[in-house]
Design a protein around this ligand. Structure first.
Ligand SMILES: [Zn+2]
Length: 476
């Protein structure tokens, strides 16, 4: 059995070797096709970023949370990318490294060219100094064919990323001080006619991207997405082999160097719409423009403008594409009195600041306290006034009652002496009652009068009675 396998391997070796020789003879315009078994295979070299253990950060790449090395994540993604891409027909895939080894930029490009690469995809994850940024970006050469092929391929990969929920930070070029491509692999590749793109999947030092890309399963998923993007670009199929590989996406010839956006946003302004002392928040509107690029993020920071550092703009908010202004609320310390300003970034990380605005929640708090105090005072005054009014009303009612009583008495009097109009108002029962009373009083009065008269004139009476009854009266 073993012998059979060896024979089979030898047979295959001869076949492949013959094919290779044949391809060399045939020759083709396709870059490096002479190194491969067939002209209808596209050769993709995947280049996991970084690698090795040297002190410089080129070896490790970004280091996240002091424990996660970009080089390992790059490799995990690249391996998944290769595995997925190899499921397609019409493609041959190579890796610049399959282990944790150090490679120079030249070695990467040279290796790619040695295997006849049509394209090299350099696989990376991102980080920024102040951990501010998030989103996925792809770098391509700024020049000619390298730009056109790189841009088209990058677009296919970016589309897959965006479908997966990543944020498009842009497909960009970057130039060094001498006006050449800034990134070594892109520059070196393009010098040899090899389009190289650097795919930066996202910023693992920012929670926005970390949530989507932080786990090993995410690194593999990204690798599969990258492969799907590459397959899309070349129109590859998992089901059938084509006669030839023809890219499906083309970028127009830019007719010159494709410059990156080198100007920061303009017309950046901040407007505070409302200060809410209940929630200790301000409602703001930030305005900004970028005529030659796109606005990407914005943030607000408190303090004197000269004291504000980039880190103060942590948790940069996303600038919605196409908008000329963004509104929202921003928390401030209770009773904050000081300055606030806005910073707006474009997708090239260039920024402009608004003028600083003085906000004063302390005075608002004080003013509100005064208003509340005044309202309380007014309420108190109102209550006092109502109470006084009620007292006065009660007094008036009491007076009225007394007056009524007096009137009644006066009426009785008038009635008693002969009556007048007022007596007519007395009700019949009371009238009858008082009539009896008056009669009784009259009788008593008469009796008293008689008694007084009798007492006063008793001698005369006695004399008179004596004349009638004789001296018998003396007995009484
Ligand atoms: Zn990197």
């Amino acid at each position: 059995m073993k012998k059979f396998i060896w024979l089979l391997a030898l047979f295959l070796f001869i076949i492949v070797g013959a094919d290779k020789a044949g391809a060399t003879e045939i020759g083709t315009d396709e870059i490096g096709a002479e190194n491969n078994s067939s002209a209808n295979k596209v050769v993709v070299v995947i280049d996991p970023g970084h690698g090795g253990f040297s002190e410089d950060d080129r070896s490790f790449g970004a280091i996240y949370n002091d424990e996660l090395n970009e080089k390992d994540i790059d490799l995990a993604t690249a391996l998944a990318m290769k595995e997925e891409l190899e499921k397609y027909y019409n493609v041959k895939v190579y890796l610049t490294r399959e282990n944790d080894v150090q490679l120079s930029l030249e070695e990467r490009v040279n290796y790619a060219n040695s295997v006849g690469a049509d394209v090299m995809v350099s696989c990376h994850y991102n980080a920024s100094e102040d951990h501010l940024f998030y989103g996925a970006e792809i770098f391509t050469s700024a020049f000619g064919e390298c730009y056109m092929k790189g841009k088209a391929l990058a677009q296919c990969i970016m589309d897959k990323w965006v479908d997966d929920g990543l944020l498009n930070k842009g497909i960009k070029t970057r130039l060094g001080s001498s006006g050449e491509d800034y990134y070594g692999v892109i520059r070196r590749g393009c010098e040899t006619g090899l389009p190289v793109i650097i795919i930066e999947h996202g910023y693992l030092d920012n929670h926005f991207d970390y949530e989507k890309l932080g786990m090993p399963a995410d690194w593999e998923r990204m690798g599969r997405l990258d492969a799907a993007g590459i397959a899309n670009y070349y129109g590859l199929s998992k089901e059938q082999e084509y006669e030839a590989v023809i890219p499906t996406v083309f970028t127009e010839d830019p007719g010159g160097v494709v410059y990156p956006d080198e100007t920061p946003p303009t017309s950046v302004s901040l407007n505070i719409i409302e200060c809410n002392i209940e929630t200790s928040e301000v409602t703001y509107e930030v305005r900004g423009r970028d005529s030659d690029g796109k606005l990407m993020y914005y943030g607000l920071a408190l303090g004197e403008p000269e004291d504000i550092v980039p880190g103060d703009f942590a948790d940069l908010m996303l600038w919605e594409e196409g908008k000329s202004s963004m509104r929202g609320t921003f928390p401030v310390p209770t009773g904050y009195r000081g300055k606030i300003k806005a910073r707006v970034y474009n997708n090239y990380e260039l920024y402009s600041d608004s003028a600083a605005i003085e906000i004063d929640l302390a005075t608002l708090v004080q003013e509100r306290a005064e208003l509340l105090e005044q309202a309380a005072r007014e309420a108190e005054e109102e209550a006092r006034r109502k109470k006084e009014l009620a007292r006065q009303r009660a007094e008036a009612a009491k007076r009225e009652e007394e007056l009524e009583e007096q009137r009644k008495n006066v009426g009785d009097f008038f009635f008693f002496v002969g009556g007048d109009d007022k007596a007519e108002t007395v009700d019949p029962v009371a009238r009858k009652k008082s009539l009896y009373m008056e009669i009784i009083a009259l009788v008593i009065l008469l009796a008293v009068l008689i008694i007084i008269i009798v007492v006063r004139h008793r001698k005369a009476f006695l004399k008179y009675f004596k004349t009638i009854f004789g001296d018998d009266l003396d007995r009484y």
